[in-house]
Design a protein around this ligand. Sequence first.
Ligand code: KPL
Length: 297
Amino acid sequence: MNIVILGPGAIGSLYAYHLDQAGHSVSVWGSRHDQYHEFSLDNQSAISLVNRSLSHLEQCELLIITLKAWQVETAITPLLDALANDTIILFLHNGMGCVDLVAEQLQGHPILLGTSTHGALKRDRHHIEHTGRGQTLIGAWNQQGERCQFVSDVMHHAFAECGWTNSIQSALWQKLAINCAINPLTALHRCRNGDLGTPHFETELSAIISEVHQVMQAERIDLPLAALTETVQTVLKATAANFSSMQQDIEHQRKSEIEFITGYVLKIAKHHHIEVPNNQRLYCAIKDIESSWSNHE
Ligand code: KPL
């Protein structure tokens, strides 16, 4: 397939590498204006992918968006005119609510949403590390997307486990609950994911998870609280040595994804008239840190 990766950061480059090696025609669209994105994955030899090619965009059959959630709207808008009407667009990022912001502009395109549990780290501009082998789940966001189940086969063939789900909203909400529990707390306490497994955080963690669970129930996402808590604990253990993406963003004074993680929960909670004081407090604390930076937009 002709594939363009919009946002070749750590995760984007990881997918780009494997899809390229599987024989697809892959290019990237990054914020830098270099002609090529050259990088290596772990100890494998380096590859060079075309960057920001308009003709690649025009021929693109699958656009995979691996930007930070808050970057998506601004980045995709100027590219839309170049895309064919039937280019499949796959949103693959942390958080929820992004697609709603651009849905009107994307009318006609098959739209897919995905969630991934892979861990990847950008050591520097030319070196990517695959720090945790995970899975990718993909599902349709619109009717046109329902005909694109083959995309999960393409990705499964190129890379590790990738599956199709008819309940992508449930998968995204579970990932959102994981991110609501782990990301703001690790950012505020400047700690690794595994540190949240200590008794000190037990009460706070379960309060956060139970609030998100109430909102999920109101959204008719059917999952017992015990199962959701278990899922968060499993991820905490599996990623114990990692710093969460929000911890890293806050540490480096980069805008975080709080708006599309905890912020999304607050928005949906408000819609259902549900109180979520613990998530509200975390949201405000992260926003306060962001607005204290001198480079704050
Ligand atoms: O998705 C993550 C993130 O850091 O954003 C988790 C699952 C919390 C792993 O660190």
